[in-house]
Each structure stands twice: as structure tokens, then as C-alpha cells.
Unconditional design. Structure first.
Lengths: 93, 453
């Protein structure tokens, strides 16, 4: 089954910090702190990479096997979707 | 060294430079201490002491200052002077596992030796032709640095033809971006086309503009030819005004077969030296540092480059070497700069005998023993300067390096007038440029006549 694509919520801005990054929601003034490996995933998503690229890069960055990488990716994207940080947009396939 | 009607005295290991008159020089040559109360007495005492921080050959386990990753040898430009042949010989990207293993080794090393920073440099080909390798290495290093309380620092040498998203990635995550930009469109597109019908200036300029607004330090690197050397001051002003870089690096063209075919010649060393110094003053007026890599006078060094400094440069195939150049280039000079390899299982192996061999090569530069630049240029590139034609003292490299070094010292001493006078007089410049020996003791033969003069 084709994987959905994601885009970042339009009102979000972020700043890179030594240990990760901080997200700001311009609309609600909420902030989120992302540590590694989630900070890396955010950066990769921000350049619009597809799921196979996200999975490969994230696995190498986090030092995880394929199955663990997929789980981390799915759980993180689901959480960010639920929080309104990213929006689902069509499919990869 | 004689400069105008004075002498430039330089003791690089003591960090002392002075412009002295004939009487002071005669005094020094005769090894007599100046009279008490003489204004020379302070530095005379200093010079009599053994230098505190004499650069020495490294010993003990390998201790690289930084890790170099050649992410790919591929390139998306067809620079007319390029001897790498990247487009003719397509190269795969470094496997992600190799990059990760190398970064892990460097992070472990930094932790083990108590180094506060984790320094990684990216090279090519064009390193951003393998963006995934750069992204993974950067994020892996940042993740490990965060975990171990290290400061991750990144530097990349790029041609800048990578698109806005990757340019923003560089601006965000790199501490220093060395961007090749040879000058305005007419120069840059002549030197660095994408293909025979299309220049790269527009794309590189867009990247430079984005990097100008980013937090990274932007260093613009320009290759200088015989045609562009007389325009360096104008080029420096244009680069400063348009891109506000942190630094500009002017390097003379290395003669290559493709450069010859394209009718591009290295600059005359006297013209390059004179123009570089004018450009350096223009850049200084804009608050921009302008450098020529063989004339960096701030810190004495034994080696011009990573060779001999234990730096680990990992090639796309996982081989580890002390040099960015292709293996065939060292082999053509009879050099072996391999240090080890990254295995398929992710282990990094270094050969102790290879480390020692490279450490030894960084020390022995007998041709430079009597040159005042020996601790700053340190003999130049180990590969290019190993060529039979790289004669002692009289070649273009030595001429421009000696002239620029001497003039920079004069500038720092507030003697810009003497520096200009020196470079404006070809006979005087030549006399300084090709002097076979600069050591004070080499003046002993003339000491008597000077003292009596």
C-alpha cells in the first residue's frame, strides 16, 4: 500500500539548537522541543523527502534495524499528525 | 630580508617581526646583545630563548583534529581547469554505513581523549551530489554530540549548484561553507561551466545569496588565472559588496592538462602577489579576511594540509587516507598516503605504520630549511610539491608565497609603504623572492662589511 506524504503545518517555524530543534506555532504560541532522532526526521521532512528516503536516512542516523525504524517513523508521524505539526497529503505510490 | 633600505626581521617561532635599520641588523648578525636601554633589548632577550611552542612531529596514538568525508567523487560541473575528471569517471556515493561508522569512530575518539568538539569536513567531487550522505553524517554527529555533550562543527567545500533547499540545509547546519566562486559572471562561467553550453554562475550566486543570510561563515574561494590576476582587487570589492563573506580565499590555478587545453594559465607569481595584496587591503576595508593558503602567518605549522596531522579522510570506497586528492595523483609522485579502511562490518582500521609514515613526511622538508616561510607555508601541498619541477626557491609557488608573506608582515608592522615599494620594484621583489637563504646566520659572511658600512 502506498505511503502517505506529509507536509509541515503552515504556521510552524523552527530553530536549530545544539541538541535538536524547537518548533513554534505562530498561531497558538505553543512550542515543542525535538531531540534526536526526531530532530533529524523533522529536518528531512522539511525538504519533502518521500518515505523510503526518510526510512533509510532515519535508520542510519538512529542506528536502528529496518523494523524498528519503520515503527519509529510511523509512531512519530502519527503523533505529529495528531498534534497538528504535520498534515497528510496524498500518497507516495 | 632586505626591504627597501631596511631589513625585515622575522622569527616565526617567537612571533616576532620587526623592520630594522642597518646598524641594528649588524648588531644582531654579530650576535652581540644590544646595549641596555636599547629599544631592541626586549625582543633580543626573547629571541635568545628557545621557542615555547615549536611545532613537533606527532607522537602516540592517532589524534585527528577532524574527520574528512569525501561523500562522492562525482561532480555536476565541468570546470575547465579541473584535473579530477569527475564527470568523465562517474563515482558512486559513499554508503551510509561507511559514513556512520566513520562519524561514530570520531565521536568515540573525541570522547576518549576529552576533546570538546566533534569536527567533520565534507569534500568531493561535489559533496552535495550525495546529499543523503551529508545529511546522515550531520545528523548522526549531532545526535552523538548531544548525547555526549560535545559541540558538533561542520565544514563543507562545495560548488554551490545544489538548489535552494539544500543550500538552506548548508546554511543551517554548516559552521563554515567554502563556496567556489571565481568572480563575476564572465570569469566564473568561463572557468566553471555546467556543460559546454551553460554556465553555473546564476546557480552559485543564488546559493551565495542564501548563505549570506544564514548563520554559517561563508568563505568564497576563487581560482586565479593569468587573465584574472590583475583584477583581484576589483573582484574582492565585488565579492565583498555582493555577498558579504566572512573570508575570501584566492588561490592560483594549478597547471593541469585540461586547463592548458582551455587556454587557462597560472598567473605570473609577481602579478599574483601584487594583486593579492591589493585585494587583501580592499577586503580589509570591508572587514573581510582575505587569504592565500600558503601564507597564513598566525600559527606556525609543520604541514600545509591534513597530511601528517593524523587527519582521517574517508573516500567513498571506505579507504582512509591523509589527503583529499585521488590515489593515482600521489602514486604518480611515489607517495603512499593511505592510513586504513572502514570495513563492511563498520569497523574502522588504522595502520600504525602508515600513521607514522605520514607523520614523518610532514617533518622532512629539507628544501625549506633556510626559508623564512618554512613554518607558515610548510612546503606546500605534499603531492604537487613533490613534483620534480618543484625546485627550491625559484618556482612560482615559492615566489608568490615569499612575497605575500613578507608584504603581510610589513602590513602588520604598519609598513604598508615599504610593502608597496618592494612589490612595485620588480628587481627588489625578485631579489627577495629568490633568495636562497634567509637565516640570520647566513648573513654572517656580510656581517663585517655591514658593521663597517
Amino acid at each position: 500500500m502506498a505511503e502517505p506524504l506529509y507536509r509541515l503545518a503552515p504556521d510552524l517555524r523552527w530553530a536549530v539548537e545544539p541538541t535538536g530543534l524547537i518548533l513554534f506555532d505562530l498561531r497558538t504560541d505553543r512550542t515543542w522541543r525535538l531531540d534526536y532522532p526526531h530532530a533529524a526526521l523533522w529536518d528531512l521532512l522539511s525538504r519533502g523527502y518521500r518515505s523510503d528516503r526518510l526510512e533509510r536516512s532515519l535508520g542510519a542516523i538512529a542506528g536502528l534495524e529496518v523494523r524498528a525504524t519503520r515503527r519509529l517513523l510511523r509512531e512519530t508521524l502519527d503523533t505529529w499528525c495528531a498534534e497538528g505539526l504535520i498534515l497528510k497529503e496524498g500518497s507516495d505510490g | 630580508m632586505p626591504v627597501a633600505d631596511r631589513w625585515l626581521l622575522y622569527a616565526p617561532l617567537h612571533r616576532v617581526a620587526a623592520v630594522v635599520n642597518r646598524a641594528a641588523l649588524a648588531h644582531l648578525v654579530s650576535a652581540a646583545a644590544p646595549l641596555s636601554g636599547n629599544e631592541c633589548a626586549g625582543w633580543w632577550r626573547l629571541l635568545a630563548e628557545y621557542p615555547a611552542d615549536l611545532p613537533a612531529r606527532r607522537t602516540g596514538p592517532p589524534d585527528p583534529q577532524f574527520l574528512g568525508l569525501i561523500t562522492t567523487r562525482a561532480c555536476n560541473l565541468s570546470c575547465r581547469y579541473c584535473g579530477f575528471g569527475a564527470q568523465q569517471h562517474p563515482s558512486p556515493a559513499m554508503p551510509l554505513a561507511t559514513a556512520v561508522a566513520a562519524v561514530d569512530w570520531m565521536a568515540n575518539h573525541a570522547t576518549r581523549v576529552g576533546r570538546p568538539t566533534l569536527d567533520i569536513h565534507f569534500f568531493g567531487g561535489e559533496p552535495m551530489m550525495a546529499p543523503e550522505v551529508v545529511e546522515v553524517a550531520v545528523h548522526r554527529a549531532r545526535a552523538l554530540a548531544a548525547e555526549r555533550r560535545l559541540t558538533a562543527r561542520f565544514e563543507i567545500a562545495t560548488n554551490g549548484v545544489c538548489g535552494p533547499r539544500l543550500a538552506d540545509f548548508l546554511g543551517t547546519y554548516m559552521d563554515r561553507v567554502v563556496l567556489s566562486l571565481d568572480g563575476p559572471r564572465d570569469i566564473h562561467d568561463r572557468h566553471r561551466p555546467r556543460d559546454p553550453h551553460r554556465g553555473s554562475f546564476a546557480a552559485v550566486s543564488r546559493t551565495a545569496q542564501r548563505l549570506r543570510e544564514a548563520e554559517c561563515a561563508l568563505c568564497l574561494r576563487a581560482c586565479v588565472t593569468a587573465d584574472t590576476a590583475p583584477r583581484l582587487a576589483q573582484i574582492a570589492r565585488w565579492l565583498c559588496d555582493r555577498y558579504r563573506p566572512a573570508a575570501i580565499d584566492f588561490e592560483p590555478l594549478q597547471p593541469t592538462a585540461p586547463a592548458g587545453d582551455a587556454d587557462l594559465a597560472p598567473p605570473d607569481p609577481y602579478v599574483f602577489a601584487t594583486s593579492f595584496l591589493e585585494a587583501q587591503r580592499v577586503a580589509a576595508d570591508h572587514g573581510v579576511r582575505c587569504v592565500y593558503s600558503a601564507a597564513l602567518l598566525a600559527e606556525p605549522r609543520l604541514s600545509f594540509c591534513p597530511v601528517g596531522n593524523d587527519t582521517l579522510i574517508v573516500a567513498p570506497d571506505g579507504s582512509i587516507r591523509g589527503c583529499y586528492l585521488r590515489e593515482r595523483e600521489w602514486q604518480a609522485r611515489g607517495l603512499d598516503l593511505r592510513l586504513g579502511w572502514v570495513g563492511a562490518d563498520g569497523t574502522l582500521t588504522l595502520e600504525p605504520s602508515a600513521i607514522e609514515r605520514l607523520r614523518g613526511s610532514a617533518v622532512a622538508q629539507p628544501r625549506c630549511a633556510r626559508c623564512f616561510c618554512r613554518w607558515s607555508c610548510a612546503g606546500g601541498c605534499h603531492v604537487n610539491r613533490a613534483a620534480p619541477e618543484a625546485a627550491v626557491g625559484g618556482d612560482s609557488f615559492c615566489i608568490q608565497t615569499r612575497l605575500i608573506s613578507a608584504a603581510q608582515l610589513l602590513d602588520q608592522l604598519g609598513q604598508t609603504g615599504i610593502a608597496k615599494q618592494l612589490l612595485g620594484d620588480r628587481a627588489a621583489a625578485r631579489a627577495l623572492a629568490v633568495r636562497p637563504a634567509d637565516r640570520l646566520r647566513d648573513w654572517s659572511a656580510v656581517a663585517g662589511s655591514m658593521a663597517n658600512g
